[in-house]
Design a protein. Structure first.
Length: 365
């Protein structure tokens, strides 16, 4: 029987599995699986999006001009080198489509964001995972795996799902030692949460390097994951190519208006950052007090390691099942090569206290 056949290799791609959002039998759940902002969108963002309905029949500004101008001023960068997308996911996809293909290699850190290998495989590239050091991106391991076939290197800084980061000095060392024909993509989705003096989101390296791109998102601290809005700061040559292939109206009108409002609400962002600092430390301390381990995180989540001895019945799988029985959703990490771990988002105060209470019961059984 004859039928349309997909491009070779696509059926070998394991689909991305997002964090669960519903549990049967619970009217109210505690969702700590997807690293969404604890407070959701800011009040100013909610007010702004309500006013967009009357213009739904109009196409949005395809260049996101006002949004880009505000992003430029807020981040002290040139707005002409900013491109917006339907989430940073879209921009990752576009970069793979534009800069890699069959026979090429895309390099990323072993426990990096799952969409890097997925989008890389869709263009026929080979995916190379560089080992990490203590669940942190290893510049030496990345450099050691570069070949003549390498076209793109993806690093998430800070890293999702591990929550770790590399310093400005290490980012600079990576940039200075990769071939100029290899594109380095620095995914800084969680940068607003980082409170470290030696951290950089990578934007300072864009102007002097034609092969470095930075990605950012509105899905995390801005609480706008459902609206799909991300952006990239990139050299002229990269922007030119991305603008040639992106959809003409790739960012929706509600997303643009909401993004503008979110950027103007500094008080909300400061409140979110302070909340995360407090409850990240509190949760980490409580987790360690239960005899569990977790890498030091600079993000709005923790990856918690459980014993892999099934005789003790304190495994990550059993913990996940128990937490679900309490109406709590966290993220299993098997898909990231961490089967003995759970990723836990920092939520509201009452949610974190309920989580720890539940884990105490689980660990004492």
């Amino acid at each position: 029987m004859s039928y349309p056949k997909p491009i070779t290799g696509l059926k070998n791609i394991a689909p991305y599995v997002g964090g669960e959002s519903e549990l049967k039998g619970f009217d109210n759940i505690v969702k700590l699986a997807s690293n969404e902002g604890a407070f959701g969108p800011s009040p100013k963002t909610l007010e702004a999006v309500k006013l967009t309905a009357q213009n739904f029949h109009r196409y949005p500004d395809g260049d996101c001009t006002e949004l880009r101008n505000i992003l430029g001023k807020k981040n002290n960068i040139n707005s002409k080198n900013i491109i917006c997308g339907a989430g940073s996911d879209e921009l990752i996809n576009l970069l793979c489509r534009c800069y890699a293909g069959p026979g090429d290699e895309i390099l990323y850190s072993k426990h990096g964001f799952a969409m890097y290998p997925i989008y890389g495989k869709t263009v026929g590239a080979s995916i190379i995972a560089a080992p990490e050091n203590n669940r942190t991106v290893s510049v030496d391991n990345l450099l050691g795996l570069i070949t003549q076939k390498t076209k793109i290197i993806f690093i998430a800084n800070p890293n999702n799902p591990t929550g770790t980061y590399i310093s400005k000095r290490e980012v600079e060392r990576l940039i200075n030692n990769i071939p100029k024909n290899v594109l380095l993509v620095i995914d800084s989705a969680y940068s607003e949460f980082v409170d470290r003096p030696d951290y950089t989101d990578g934007s300072e390296f864009i102007g002097a390097n034609n092969n470095v791109v930075m990605l950012r998102t509105f899905s995390k601290i801005y609480g706008m994951g459902g609206l799909r809005l991300g952006w990239s700061y990139a050299p002229d040559s990269v922007l030119d190519i991305l603008n040639r292939v992106r959809s003409p109206f790739n960012v929706s009108y509600p997303a643009i208006i909401s993004g503008i409002a979110a950027l103007r609400d500094d008080e909300f962002i400061e409140m979110s950052q302070e909340h995360n600092r407090k409850w990240l430390k509190w949760t980490s301390d409580e987790i360690k007090g239960l005899g569990l381990t977790s890498a030091d995180s600079v993000c709005n989540f923790l990856v918690v390691d459980f014993p892999n001895n099934n005789d003790l019945k304190k495994t990550a799988e059993n913990a996940d099942i128990f937490l679900k029985s309490k109406g709590i959703i966290v993220r299993r990490m098997g898909g990231y090569g961490l089967p003995d771990s759970l990723r836990i988002t920092i939520g509201l105060e009452k949610e974190m206290k309920y989580l720890i209470e539940s884990l105490k019961i689980f660990m004492s059984k």
